[in-house]
Design a protein around this ligand. Structure first.
Ligand code: E4P
Length: 291
């Protein structure tokens, strides 16, 4: 599994690069905004273009940069601009295109897919973003996208919010448990059964998907069934458990926030073991290392 760092913060990118385990970077307008605000708060003067060039330079792997347009025409133009301005730096620019740019009823819904098809035919690699269900991922693959980014953390948020479950951004969510609870309530007699009937309007799942992990699993299954070449980037990753689960299912790439990559390396028993081994180094063993 490749690891991309999900940040536009150059310090984080450079630090993660030193660890030798980073294969690429994903950014989005929110991550760029956060990184730029951090720079400004420190009084650092750098143009946005120079900053993005720094990001491209600092990693020898794909760097996803997102367009801001709504129509296919706008997005294609912007993608070409991004590619022209930044791909020359390190030959690693991938263009993020939202799967569906519609924000209201009357908006066109296939603009993203149309843009992907055309950009890929021009040799500009795309990463289809804001993917929130497996059929969107199917359409992205049909359009020939190089990458697809299912947002698993945001699906966890969506299901929990619909059910009124309070949660923090980084909290673990167990959809398999939720499925069991729903089944139990559905099959219950008496008060529990009655309560479930009254809750009929509340959705326990997102069209039969109970959490972000199940969502990514479904895409893996579909892509394998048809041998699609589009690489799956598990995105909107919030915790180490999600990293383990997407790795187990053989996802191509996980794009992981800096904070979560750091959590992956920690375990209290490793710290305890280190302390004990360090204490137990006897004099004769220490002497072996002296030159
Ligand atoms: C990466 O491609 C996505 O933009 C990112 O993972 C979104 O993460 P978030 O849902 O935590 O904002």
């Amino acid at each position: 599994m490749q690891i991309f760092v999900d940040t536009a913060d150059i310090e984080e990118i450079k630090e993660a690069k030193k660890w030798g385990i980073v294969d690429g970077v994903t950014t989005n307008p929110s991550l760029i905004k956060k990184a730029v605000e951090k720079l400004k708060s420190r009084g650092t003067e750098i143009s946005m273009e120079e900053y993005i060039k720094e990001i491209c330079k600092s990693v020898d792997g794909p760097v996803s940069l997102e367009v801001k347009g709504i129509t296919a025409e706008e997005m294609i133009r912007e993608a070409e601009t991004l590619h022209k301005k930044f791909n020359g730096v390190n030959n690693n620019v991938v263009i993020k295109i939202p799967v569906n740019t519609a924000m209201q009823e009357e908006d066109e819904i296939f603009e993203g897919i149309k843009a992907v098809k055309q950009l890929e035919s021009k040799g500009i690699p795309t990463n289809v973003t804001l993917v929130m269900n497996p059929t969107q991922a199917l359409l992205a693959a049909k359009a020939g996208a190089s990458y697809v980014s299912p947002f698993l953390g945001r699906i966890d948020d969506y299901i929990r919010d619909n059910l009124g479950i309070e949660h923090g951004k980084w909290d673990v969510f167990d959809g398999a448990l939720l499925r069991k609870v729903e089944e139990g309530m559905r099959n219950a007699d008496g008060d529990d059964g009655e309560r479930y009937k009254k809750m009929a309007s509340i959705s326990f799942s997102d069209d039969g998907i109970y959490d972000g992990i199940e969502f990514v699993e479904s895409i893996v299954k579909i892509y394998r069934a048809y041998n699609f070449k589009t690489k799956i980037i598990a995105a909107s990753v919030r915790n180490v458990l999600q990293v383990r689960k997407v790795a187990e299912m053989g996802v191509d790439i996980a794009t992981i926030p800096f904070k979560v990559i750091k959590e992956m390396i920690n375990h209290p028993k490793t710290i305890e073991g280190m302390k004990k081994f360090t204490q137990d180094v006897v004099e004769e063993y220490r002497a072996i290392f002296e030159e």
